[in-house]
Ligand binder design. Structure first.
Ligand code: PLP
Length: 350
């Protein structure tokens, strides 16, 4: 009963098979491998973007930081939500890789989604002090958000429109890109460049790869700068074929979409079961594969004692009052079984 994160689960067998297949003979290093040419072609096809620049890195923090560094000058500021991964969970890597750009919050504290109004106010509030203050830089949108919610295509387009009205480029943190795409029932192109997104961190790891993310620029003019930044930042893989092979195994035969479909279905099954338990409420509406659920401390104690693994979102398990509600984060990946989820639900129901 493992709901800690979608990076706790195993890698997809298709990804491991692709690695084994790539592990034969010799291949050129540093991205000149045949598999990388296939990855680029495949991603351009999926995104309906024949010119797109495609690069692979091994972590999402690298993908976000190097993508933003490429879109941003050191004297600029990046607009994002208060709970954005780039703000809360990357140990200032975006600030480091951009050479000191700052982040400007475009939501109130704790709020997952930017709105056109909150983004407009945040951007309009910067670049008002001439040489003394930060200049306006990129907007970074997380999809699925860090609270498990999903921007609709209309919401995404409206945010991009605001960004464009200030000439700010748009970056999408898609660590859970495919979960959002499946939830919306849209295409990769609709969720990105058709809405106005310029660059994407396209997640692989959380949806079943071993450790690979793609950075995609729809305008290939960014390709060379990204190459240089990736190498300078120490993130150009020498035996690069092992990154490419993972991404190929992930994208071939619709594996990526099927994995996210299963992850989202697992989360929906879990959400349905929890909703049926009296007193259980959701701190955020579950829309993809991540749930934020309010349960009494006594229920948490029972679940943890039975071996369930997940994170409490604030609050202390050791408190006295067993009826006090504490929020849990449950994340589902493709590999969870319905049987284990049902076992968990039986325990939660008490
Ligand atoms: C997991 C995650 C990332 C990437 O994190 P890494 O640990 O660096 O791979 C980026 N953005 C979001 C929203 C995430 O959840």
């Amino acid at each position: 009963m493992h709901f800690a994160s979608d990076n706790s689960g195993p890698a997809l067998p298709q990804v491991l098979a692709a690695l084994t297949k790539a592990n034969e003979g010799y291949a050129m290093g540093y991205g000149a491998d045949d598999e990388m040419a296939q990855v680029t072609a495949k991603i351009r096809e999926i995104f309906e973007a024949p010119e797109a620049a495609v690069h692979l890195v091994s972590t999402g923090t690298t993908a976000n930081s190097l993508a933003l560094a490429t879109l941003c000058n050191p004297w600029e500021t990046i607009f994002c939500s208060h709970v954005a991964h780039i703000h809360e969970d990357e140990c200032n890597a975006p600030e480091f890789y951009t050479g000191g750009a700052k982040l400007t919050m475009a939501t109130a504290p704790g709020v997952d989604k930017m709105t056109p109004d909150s983004l407009h106010a945040a951007i309009a509030g910067e670049e008002t002090r001439g040489v003394h203050g930060p200049q306006r830089g990129p907007v970074s949108i997380t999809q699925v958000t860090e609270r498990g919610t999903v921007y609709t295509l209309k919401e995404l387009t409206a945010l991009c429109d605001v960004a464009k009205s200030f000439d700010c480029p748009v970056h999408l943190d898609g660590a859970r890109f495919t979960n959002a795409m499946v939830a919306l029932g849209c295409t990769a192109a609709e969720m990105t460049w058709k809405a106005g997104v310029d660059a994407v961190s396209f997640g692989g790891t959380k949806n079943g790869c071993m450790g690979v993310e793609a950075v995609i620029f729809f305008d290939p003019k960014h390709a060379w700068e990204f190459e240089l930044r990736r190498k300078r930042g120490g993130h150009l893989f020498s035996k690069h074929r092992y990154l490419s092979a993972q991404m190929l195994g992930y994208l071939d035969d619709n594996t990526w979409v099927e994995a996210a479909t299963r992850a989202n279905a697992n989360a929906a099954h879990l959400a349905g079961g929890l909703r049926a338990i009296e007193g259980v409420t959701f701190a955020h509406p579950p829309q993809a594969n991540m749930l934020f659920v309010n349960l009494p401390r006594g229920t948490h104690k029972r679940l943890f004692a039975a071996g369930a693994t997940y994170h409490l979102w604030g609050g202390d398990l050791e408190g006295e009052d067993d009826s006090e509600m504490l929020t849990a984060r449950f994340v589902c990946d493709w590999s969870l079984s319905k049987e284990l989820i049902d076992q968990f639900l039986d325990l939660a129901a008490g």
